[in-house]
Design a binder for this molecule. Structure first.
Ligand code: AMP
Length: 205
């Protein structure tokens, strides 16, 4: 299965991706994670990506598409989290992979800003909202210190949401027209409730 996970920043893609890849044995390919690892490692790709990420813009398409092309090489079952991000990338993807399904996580826009700005991450992949941490600054799963993503600040988030609306949201129609779109209305459901809805869709395929 080749799955595309679509959703605005803060929709919960990362959280659902962890659960989906564990249950359905899909390789989890997150372009955001790949860029962050490159930034941490100080690679040329990381240096290039940082300026775009800090500005809430998309990293150039050709760099991003090449990264994904090599990440999927040799894998039959995978989930793309954060890719494609625009129609150009989706068309490129169609040139080297046969997407089976696009899961679209739909969340009320009014919730997104608060969700992202209150988000705290752990290196193990877990993420939390400050309002549920009761002052704790460590991960409940592994005990490591939590941190805030550099691009999770109000100005950058504003830009990221605009980028999503103008460039990424058109993919809803793109995959809809291909008959591959499944939308999960998340509202303010818990991650577990959203995952149950995701499983219902995936189990019915
Ligand atoms: P994410 O972790 O998916 O929220 O991605 C963080 C940032 O990485 C985004 O705001 C973009 O700047 C960049 N990025 C991630 N995926 C892509 C992509 N498919 N195309 C271009 N830029 C991306």
């Amino acid at each position: 299965m080749k799955l595309v996970l679509l959703g605005a920043p803060g929709a919960g893609k990362g959280t659902q991706a962890e659960k989906i890849s564990a249950k359905y044995s899909l390789k989890h390919i997150s372009t955001g994670d790949i860029f962050r690892a490159n930034i941490k490692g100080g690679t040329p790709i990381g240096k290039l990506a940082k300026s775009y990420i800090d500005a809430g813009k998309l990293v150039p398409d050709d760099v991003t598409c090449e990264i994904v092309k090599s990440a999927v090489q040799g894998a039959d079952d995978y989930m793309l989290d954060g890719f494609p991000r625009n129609v150009y990338q989706a068309e490129k993807l169609d040139g080297f992979a046969q997407v089976d399904i696009c899961l679209n996580l739909e969340v009320d826009k009014a919730l997104l800003m608060d969700r992202i700005c209150g988000r705290r991450m752990c290196v193990c992949g877990a993420s939390y909202h400050v309002s549920r941490l009761n002052g704790s600054e460590v991960c409940a799963k592994c005990g490591k210190p939590l941190y805030r993503r550099e691009d999770d600040n109000p100005e950058t988030v504003e830009k990221r949401l605009e980028t999503y609306e103008s460039q990424t949201a058109p993919l809803i129609d793109y995959y809809g027209a291909q008959g591959k779109l499944k939308t999960i209305i998340c509202g303010d459901k818990s991650p577990e409730e959203v995952f149950a809805a995701v499983c219902e869709v995936l189990d019915s395929l």
